[in-house]
Write a protein of this length. Structure first.
Length: 244
């Protein structure tokens, strides 16, 4: 299985913090947030054949430097070719660009969040399901749902997935944590050919759930993003309390 870490955003909402530093390399708890992601995935029993950090050309060199300092030999930094917000293909578009190189099942995770240590359970469920599995969690407040996606399930099958809902009907939120069979790469290409929204990966999941069976795996813990200055400061304070 290949692990793909999404790190292609320009993070305008975090300016000036992200003027010269990509969001995923901002420190949380004394180390870049992407380190937390890498450690979370690496600590699972699933042996990843490769870690692909999918970024943009503006920050590619920064991630290359970061990767060179890791002990892992199987980290590959790939640029989507964009140097600014207007050029970026979006997370889904970037995944579609590298789809021809995906030759096995793949695991996709956002590089700007911290996650509960439950990746193992999701991957184990994926191997038994034989279909796409999406990580889910119960939001702490309505704002978390509005910034993400609201999910409904029947059993473990996702029956409704709405990105950026105006009136959330559930507190169950979709995280950008996806385990995909290799064949999903064709769906990524098909989705992009339809000229649908490519920026938010949840839009692709919303579409995919209408095409085939997609399962949800509910984490006991909460996923925390650093998409705004307030959220970033909150994550850092939370890390300080944990370390204390």
């Amino acid at each position: 299985m290949i692990a793909i870490i999404l790190a292609g955003g320009f993070a305008r909402r975090l300016l000036p913090l992200t003027l010269d530093t990509p969001k995923c390399l901002l420190p949380v708890g004394g180390k870049p947030v992407i380190d937390h992601v890498l450690e979370c995935v690496s600590s699972s029993s699933e042996v990843m054949s490769k870690f692909v950090v999918l970024t943009n050309s503006r920050f590619e060199a920064r991630f290359q430097t970061w990767a060179s300092e890791k002990d892992l030999h199987n980290i590959e930094v790939v640029s989507d070719g964009s140097s600014n917000e207007n050029e970026k293909p979006g997370a889904v578009g970037a995944l579609a660009l590298i789809a021809p190189k995906i030759d096995q099942d793949f695991f996709v995770i956002a590089g700007d969040c911290t996650y509960p240590d439950e990746i193992d359970g999701l991957l184990e469920y994926f191997h038994g399901a034989g279909s796409a599995v999406i990580g889910l969690y119960h939001a702490k407040n309505a704002n978390q749902v509005r910034r993400g996606s609201v999910v409904k399930m029947k059993g473990n099958v996702i029956t409704d997935f709405v990105e950026k809902p105006e009136n959330p009907a559930s507190d169950l939120v979709g995280a950008v944590v996806y385990a995909f069979p290799q064949g999903i790469k064709k769906k990524l290409v098909e989705y992009c050919r339809l000229q649908l929204s490519r920026d938010e990966p949840g839009r692709f999941i919303e579409w995919l759930c209408k095409k085939e069976t997609v399962y949800g795996y509910v984490f006991n813990g909460v996923v925390s993003d650093i998409g705004t200055v307030e959220a970033y400061e909150h994550s850092n304070k939370g890390s300080e309390r944990t370390q204390a």
